[in-house]
Design a protein around this ligand. Structure first.
Ligand SMILES: Cc1cc2nc3c(=O)[nH]c(=O)nc-3n(C[C@H](O)[C@H](O)[C@H](O)COP(=O)(O)OP(=O)(O)OC[C@H]3O[C@@H](n4cnc5c(N)ncnc54)[C@H](O)[C@@H]3O)c2cc1C
Length: 315
């Protein structure tokens, strides 16, 4: 039996739902699950984590306040060492992409991001390769192993345990090359891309950053998150955190609505596991039309406001 550390992420002071799937992935074969909670109310999430099989919540107090990538990485490593944890799982989220490689560097450990499965007994990670065309099984060696888990890769399955909360105060690291000047959280109440059941995404067809407001209004009306193609990000219309695809987020929503997106292989690499894909495109010959479940051929600037109006009327 191994001790498995699980780095728990929060949004608006609540545990992100994507943690539940990650904890579920760690449940197999009776390993001892330690939730690592940094500078958050660990006692308040004890019950939720217990419901998914966590047996210990490590309440880590770290320097750096709300977020400091170096300080937090160091604090997590200290807590892992104190608890005898050699395997760590976290989410392949914007925060996970910043934190997990730093932890791997401190521990000189192998790291596999974007895992869709892990075999914790054999230290093997499963992840997609070549824009999703192949599945790789990657053997991790050495003493410590770090896995970044794709949100939504596993459906949460409760397994009751009785977690105890253990306080841990990390010693502040002496030096960091990073000074966090300010932290600007995303708009409260919005849905995270990686965790959304519905995503409405825009590409070059959106024509400007201001026009993404059309998607944001529609997303609000249907409880969706907003995504984007790389073109929209490269043009500076939306931040990188919106990007879906080979070099962006890999998402698994129930419904993915692609507006003004042609359907390149690189974009599909990030969203092809969506349960249903809907395309809005004025070109009936666009690649996405042949690869989606439903499509509307037409001008998104007419169609999207109409959908928002209809949803508003229905709500
Ligand atoms: C190594 C590498 C990695 C990459 N990684 C990614 C990645 O992670 N994600 C990603 O998305 N791309 C990625 N790309 C880029 C990718 O190859 C494409 O260039 C990109 O996906 C195209 O974006 P798009 O569909 O928005 O633009 P386009 O291909 O230009 O398509 C725009 C579409 O909008 C439609 N349109 C225009 N106006 C309207 C309108 N008014 N109403 C309705 N439809 C309209 C057009 O008919 C067209 O189909 C990568 C490329 C490389 C080489």
């Amino acid at each position: 039996m191994k001790k498995i550390g699980l780095f728990i992420e929060f949004k608006d002071d609540e545990i992100k739902p994507a943690n539940d799937g990650m904890v579920t992935m760690a449940q197999g074969d009776g390993h001892e699950l330690f939730a690592l909670v940094v500078n958050a109310d660990a006692a308040a999430c004890r019950e939720r984590l217990s419901a998914y099989g966590v047996s210990a919540v490590v309440d880590i107090t770290a320097g750096g306040g709300a977020w400091h990538p170096d300080g937090w990485a160091d604090a997590v490593v200290q807590a892992m060492n104190a608890c005898g944890i050699e395997t760590l799982m976290g989410l392949t989220s914007p925060q996970g992409r910043d934190l997990l490689p730093r932890i791997a560097a401190v521990l000189d450990a192998p790291l596999v991001m974007d895992c869709v499965g892990v075999d914790l007994d054999r230290n093997v990670a499963r992840t997609t390769q070549y824009s999703g065309k192949a599945m790789a099984e990657i053997q991790l060696t050495g003493r410590h192993h770090i896995y970044g888990i794709r949100a939504g890769a596993v459906s949460p399955a409760p397994r009751a345990a009785a977690a105890e909360v253990h306080a841990f105060s990390a010693v502040e690291p002496t030096a960091s090359g990073i000074e966090v000047l300010s932290t600007r959280p995303g708009e409260a109440g919005t849905v995270d891309l990686a965790e959304a059941d519905i995503i409405i995404a825009g590409g070059r067809g959106m024509k400007s950053g201001e026009n993404f407001k059309l998607l944001q209004d529609c997303a609000r009306a249907m409880g969706a998150a907003v995504g984007a193609s790389r073109v929209a990000v490269d043009e500076g219309w939306v931040p990188y955190t919106f990007q879906v695809g080979q070099t962006g987020s890999k998402v698994n929503p129930k419904v993915y609505i692609a507006c003004g997106i042609s359907g390149s292989v690189q974009h599909f690499a990030g969203m092809k596991s969506s349960e249903m894909i809907i395309a809005v495109n004025k070109d009936p010959g666009a690649a996405i039309i042949g690869k989606c479940d439903y499509y509307i051929v037409g001008d998104l600037f007419e169609i999207i406001p109409e959908v928002t109006r209809a949803l508003g009327a229905a709500g």
